[in-house]
Design a protein around this ligand. Sequence first.
Ligand SMILES: *Cc1c(COP(=O)(O)O)cnc(C)c1O
Length: 362
Amino acid sequence: MTERIFNFSAGPATLPLAVLEEAQQEFLNYKGSGMSVIEMSHRSKEYEAINAGTESLIKELLGLDDDYRVLFLQGGASTQFAMIPMNFLGQDQKADYILTGSWAEKAQKEAAKLGQTHIAATTKEGNYVRIPQPEEIHRSENSAYIHITSNNTIFGTQWHSFPEFGNIPLIADMSSDILSKPFDASKFALIYAGAQKNLGPSGVTVVIIRQDMIEQGNKNIPTMLRYETHSKNNSLYNTPPSFSVYMVGLVAKWIKNQGGLAAIAKHNEEKAALIYDAIDNSGGFYTGHAEKDSRSLMNITFRLPNEELEKEFNSEATRRGLNGLKGHRSVGGMRASIYNAMPREGCQALADFMREFQNQKG
Ligand SMILES: *Cc1c(COP(=O)(O)O)cnc(C)c1O
């Protein structure tokens, strides 16, 4: 393979070509330092600038002020599943979870090991084809926080507007749709995301946290698991995943250069429409997993008439440089992950292939 493919993998996922080229160009000698970022001390001036610059770019994109910190942690979004209840779930409280998919379930199960949880809503019945309606959500009385998963990577559903919960801290796992559209980030007490879907390479977890939450965190837990440790030390308490943070910074700069979140959102809507149209205009040959008003603009899940055809579809697509389309085993069928960095041409190529495959086999 001499040319780049269109990579529809759910994560680690495709990154903007311009970002990869910039990293390549600076790889051996970062801004005249005579070394690569990958070799550089995390205590150096150059790295501190990368770290601080990445934090402020993310805050700028989200329209957040000094009430918030952006932390660069390790252990993936999966470690946040435990770190959140460890820090915020008190003994006489309950943590409310809205279950919209496998990742939300995992987050709730982890919290249940550490304290009391309450399922405020679930759409498991019907295999997570939708996001709950506001009136289906029932909070507990003494809620420590309420946790949602903004985009359900496996099932292909997404919250298109966020519910209001008054003063109860709202916490969101945004691993698979962070920085993909404008939203009011100041409604959230904490947002977290593994970088490897929409932000950069694996190895860093971005945590956007409101200052009062940092202060509220439990002090009697291991140092590395306290948000305050990382906040006080500007994410430099221990050696950070420095190269991954640098890449996240390049991706954030790329988003800004695209025109920010509003421009990215418009682009994402157009991209997703190309593929959803191919599903909706297939006369039933392709069927989407998600209900229409819960459809994700990031992960598009669909099935073909039978598994035989799904296998054929996947191998023929791969042959044409459309990779990573095999769906997750819990949903079956296909999944096209079309994060920010997937170009429109990739979505067009997939939609064209879908029509052609249907004409041949339908
Ligand atoms: C991928 C994913 C995770 C897990 O992320 P890790 O960084 O691998 O721990 C959690 N939540 C969502 C929504 C995801 O898409």
